[in-house]
Design a protein around this ligand. Structure first.
Ligand code: GLV
Length: 341
């Protein structure tokens, strides 16, 4: 009998889907919206594996109600939607998809930096709105901030933060960063300077967030931090919405503590269309599309399936989030299939 897997959405890679059906008994969810908790629990009751998205909450109760579960493979780099501690305690392997989406997210971060500093979305709207573009060209029309010579502050110099910093060099920016881990190797290679968080917020012209969402980073940027930023500075977030206190950000944008913000991620997703952020002119808002390229989403699918099959084949998966699990339930105890090359 094949191991049973609950796959919460069809993935955009034929290779990935074919592999799943080849080795596993697949319970594939057809709907686009995330499953409810009840639905998750009902489907996981008899499953050996789960392949989920970042929108699918896998909390302690859900994990506890899946007695046969051996692996949770998420089709995302972020795993804040999974209770990893609970999974580890129960000997469940958790895997993610790092690396393959780094460049796509860094590109989107730069698209947002350029869009907010040069008012691209506002300008596009103006061209389409009768009466807005009244004069062909005017010395003070639609002015934005020049990036050359300015300072980029990267919060979190991991894979994506580093890729964002690399691109900043091409725009002639100085780069400062804050991270809980000092990256002296990268300081030399990229010419980036480490500064404490408060200093970064005070000095940067563009602050870009690249930390995972954890207990420590939840609301890392709130009123106090926003008040430290320059009134001419911009805040960009392509990490997780809850790293910023949204209410404080709305206040900062309304009262001009900072000049603008560009956001791909929100505390509540989808962001309600009538949310106070949507009423502001000095923001660019996009719907969590950091990794949304054809290339990256296909690679993520392959990686998520390879991770999942590796565990069930008793092999260490390429992207294991909780290596401590290896001691709790060794790989030979989760082995159910033989992979053919
Ligand atoms: C996207 O936000 C991801 O975590 O993959």
């Amino acid at each position: 009998m094949k191991p049973k897997v609950y796959v919460t959405r069809k993935l955009p890679s034929k290779r990935a889907m074919d592999l799943l059906f080849k080795y596993l008994d697949v319970d594939l969810r057809e709907e686009e919206v995330p499953p409810s908790k009840e639905e998750m629990i009902a489907h996981l009751e008899d499953k050996d594996a789960l392949l989920c998205l970042l929108t699918d909450r896998v909390d302690a109760e859900t994990i506890r109600s899946a007695p046969k579960l051996k692996v949770i493979s998420t089709y995302s780099v972020g795993f804040d939607h999974i209770d990893v501690e609970e999974a580890t305690a129960r000997g469940i392997y958790v895997t993610n998809t790092p690396g393959v989406l780094t460049e796509a997210v860094a590109d989107l971060t730069w698209a947002l930096i350029l869009a907010i500093t040069r008012r691209i979305v506002e300008a596009d709207r103006c061209v389409r709105t009768p009466g807005c573009w009244r004069i062909g060209w005017a010395p003070d029309f639609m002015l934005g901030m020049e990036l050359n010579g300015k300072t980029l502050g990267v919060i979190g110099l991991g894979r994506i933060g580093t890729a964002v910093a690399r691109r900043a060099k091409g725009f002639g920016m100085s780069i400062i960063y804050y991270d809980v881990i000092r990256r002296e190797d990268l300081e030399k290679e990229l010419g980036v300077k480490y500064v404490p968080l408060k200093e970064l917020l005070k000095e940067a012209d563009v602050v870009s967030i690249h930390v995972p969402l954890t207990k420590e980073t939840y609301h890392m940027i709130k009123e106090e931090e926003l008040r430290l930023m320059k009134s001419t500075a911009y805040l960009v977030n392509t990490a997780r919405g809850a790293v910023i206190d949204t209410n404080a950000l709305v206040k900062a944008l309304k009262e001009g503590w900072i000049r603008g913000a560009a956001l791909d991620v929100f505390e509540q997703e989808p962001l309600p269309a009538d949310h106070p952020l949507t009423k502001l002119k000095n923001v660019v808002l996009v719907p969590h599309i950091g990794s949304a390229t054809y290339e990256t989403r296909a690679k993520m699918a392959d990686m998520a399936v390879d991770n999942l099959l590796s565990v069930l084949a008793g092999k260490r998966p390429p992207n294991l989030v909780n290596p401590e699990v290896l001691k709790i339930r060794p790989l030979e105890k989760v082995k159910m299939i033989e992979l053919k090359e």
